[in-house]
Ligand binder design. Structure first.
Ligand code: AMP
Length: 397
């Protein structure tokens, strides 16, 4: 069966058409600037050239229509008709406490997703718009929602509660939810299978290090803790997000800089992280590494703070799980940045971990980067959230 995987943002939409039997990607791409002037479709059939089509996309409906037209296009399409799309899998960011697993999309299910909108006001409404648009254009195709939060619903209460008055949990469900769940789930399973570990008898730490970054602790295949919280702002220092800070800093800055809550939140989400720490050199680690190599102190500081925070979370999760069998690095940085991996692993000698310098240079596949006699194994495991969504979709329908 062919599964169309859709990841809808407020003004963008990423898609892949995947053959679920062979798990081959037939075509992929994205729509950019939906609802803004200059919208365009990027379409790439497997083994073919990227095509860019500029055309107005006032809403997500026009964007999805363009994706479907491209998929069946006589020249570069990859299917003869839309009847060859067997199902659609939608990424949904926040499932709150309502969704501990993926779910077939029904009116009732969409109403429940809508109730989680307050928890992810930027993301969930966009996800819902994408789902509605697909339903209009493909009314008879079964669809599934796959939640970023679902994998972490197995966290115990002691890991998901904040030290706040309990009444706010009762009233508003304020608690840790965690994100990147599809990736943490996929990578922890891949890691166990790559190392020949029994997932049902394993302690794993997954470091999803991209522009957004989070760490999770996974015991016997189930998430028991993760660094992101109510929102994706908590935890690691990220590209532009602060991660953990003393909440009293907000009051201090509000007075000193005369900033209101919107300005403070925008600063924490968009001007902080390695971008802010480097005195605004860049949020991209490639730029930071170029600058650090030339001795730029701002870049050196930003990288050091990022790596130290990851190492602290790993240490915390080793304690929380009373041990660890294996650690995975994944996402843009985890998969590609040899220096970040080297510098984080330098903190992990107490776990009997030693870096395999040669393997650390390899790219693009599952690879063991700890030496063969390291007590705890460390591997690079490329994440594949689209494939994970495809698998979940097929399993449910
Ligand atoms: P993601 O959000 O998963 O796409 O990851 C984005 C981050 O990965 C950015 O900070 C990039 O600098 C980093 N990244 C992507 N490719 C590379 C690469 N080849 N070498 C170093 N860092 C990379």
């Amino acid at each position: 069966m062919n599964v169309l995987v859709i990841n809808c943002g407020s003004s963008s939409l990423k898609y892949q058409l995947i053959n679920s039997e062979t798990e081959a990607v037939l075509a992929k791409g994205l729509c950019e600037r939906i609802g803004i002037e200059g919208s365009r479709l990027v379409y790439q059939p497997a083994g073919g050239e990227k095509e860019i089509t500029e055309s107005p996309m006032p809403t997500h409906k026009e964007a999805i229509q363009m994706v479907l037209d491209a998929l069946v296009n006589e020249k570069s399409g990859v299917i003869a008709s839309l009847s060859e799309v067997g199902a659609v899998g939608h990424r949904v960011v926040h499932g709150g406490e309502k969704f501990a697993s993926s779910a077939v999309i029904t009116e009732e299910m969409l109403a429940a997703v809508e109730e989680c909108n307050d928890l992810a006001p930027l993301h969930n409404p966009a996800n819902l718009i994408g789902i509605r648009a697909c339903q209009e254009l493909m009314p008879n195709v079964p669809m599934v929602g796959v939640f970023d939060t679902a994998f972490h619903q197995t966290m115990p209460e002691k890991a998901y509660m904040y030290g706040l008055p309990y009444e706010y949990y009762k009233k508003y469900k304020i608690r840790r939810y965690g994100f990147h769940g599809t990736s943490h789930s996929f990578v922890s399973k891949e890691l166990a299978s790559f190392l020949g570990l029994d997932i049902n008898n394993s302690k794993i730490i997954v470091c999803h290090l991209g522009n957004g970054a989070s760490v999770s602790a996974v015991v016997n295949g189930k998430s028991v803790d993760t660094s992101m919280g109510l929102t994706p702002l908590e935890g690691l220092v990220m590209g532009t997000r602060s991660g953990d800070i003393d909440p009293a800093i907000l009051e201090f800055l509000a007075h000193k800089e005369n900033m209101d809550i919107d300005e403070l939140m925008s600063m924490l989400n968009k001007k902080s992280g390695v971008y802010g720490l480097s005195d605004y050199i860049s949020s991209d680690f490639r730029d930071l590494e170029d600058a650090a190599e030339k001795g730029d102190e701002n870049a050196i500081r930003a990288r050091a703070v990022f790596n130290y925070r990851v190492a602290k979370y790993i240490g915390g999760y080793v304690a929380a799980m009373n041990g660890v069998d294996a650690i995975a690095f994944t996402a843009g940085l985890g998969e590609n940045d040899t220096l970040v991996r080297r510098d984080i692993m330098a903190y992990l000698g107490y776990l009997g971990i030693e870096l395999d310098e040669e393997n650390n240079k390899l790219r693009g596949k599952d690879v063991l980067i700890s030496t063969p006699d390291s007590k705890v194994k460390v591997a690079v495991i490329p994440t594949n959230e689209e494939l994970a969504i495809c698998r979940e979709t097929v399993a449910l329908i």
